[in-house]
Design a protein around this ligand. Structure first.
Ligand code: ADP
Length: 160
């Protein structure tokens, strides 16, 4: 069985991401959560902070590890050996860009398949950007992010 790579920006990790990671970890023997660095986007959390937050959340998952990379995903995945990409699909609006990325990744690395897992319905509306927006305006994000990282997100956004 292959290794699953769950790539994303995870700025910050949400319960929607965690649901996909948990389900991937039930299907595949090893899951790598890959924080991919987009040099054009300045994030809320640094890449090192995002990795630390995700590690805290998945520490009880024996077959999940967390890494970051500035490389092109298709090349990075090749270095990892026999893998598939696992992505979550929220809505039709995700489909177009995810479909394009899956095809580009396979063009760049013909052995690299993408597997899509449909979101769980309670997380259909959830994204990192919604979490950042709600929290920065003083809204309650308890149902949106893992409890282990709640204070970090609140503190970061309180500081502005
Ligand atoms: P976001 O869109 O929240 O900024 P990322 O770019 O970090 O997320 O996305 C990484 C992966 O996680 C993508 O495949 C994305 O579709 C998936 N994902 C994000 N939020 C959810 C969710 N609520 N349910 C299912 N999959 C999700």
């Amino acid at each position: 069985m292959k290794t699953a790579i769950c790539p994303g920006s995870f700025d910050p990790i949400t319960l929607g991401h965690l649901d996909i990671i948990r389900r991937a970890a039930e299907i595949f023997p090893h899951v790598i959560v890959a924080v991919m660095v987009n040099s054009k986007k300045t994030g809320l959390f640094s890449v090192e902070e995002r990795v630390e937050l995700i590690r805290r959340v998945v520490q009880d998952f024996p077959n999940v590890t967390v890494e970051s990379s500035t490389a092109l995903l298709a090349q990075w995945a090749e270095e990892k050996g026999d893998c598939v990409l696992v992505k979550g699909l929220r809505a039709i609006s995700d489909f177009e860009s995810e479909f394009q990325m899956a095809l580009i990744n396979r063009k760049l690395n013909p052995k690299l398949e993408t597997v899509f897992l449909p979101t769980s319905d309670e997380y259909l509306y959830l994204s990192s950007s919604i979490v950042r927006e709600v929290c920065s305006l003083g809204g309650d994000i308890t149902d949106f992010v893992p409890k282990e990282i709640l204070p970090d997100v609140k503190q970061k956004l309180a500081r502005g």
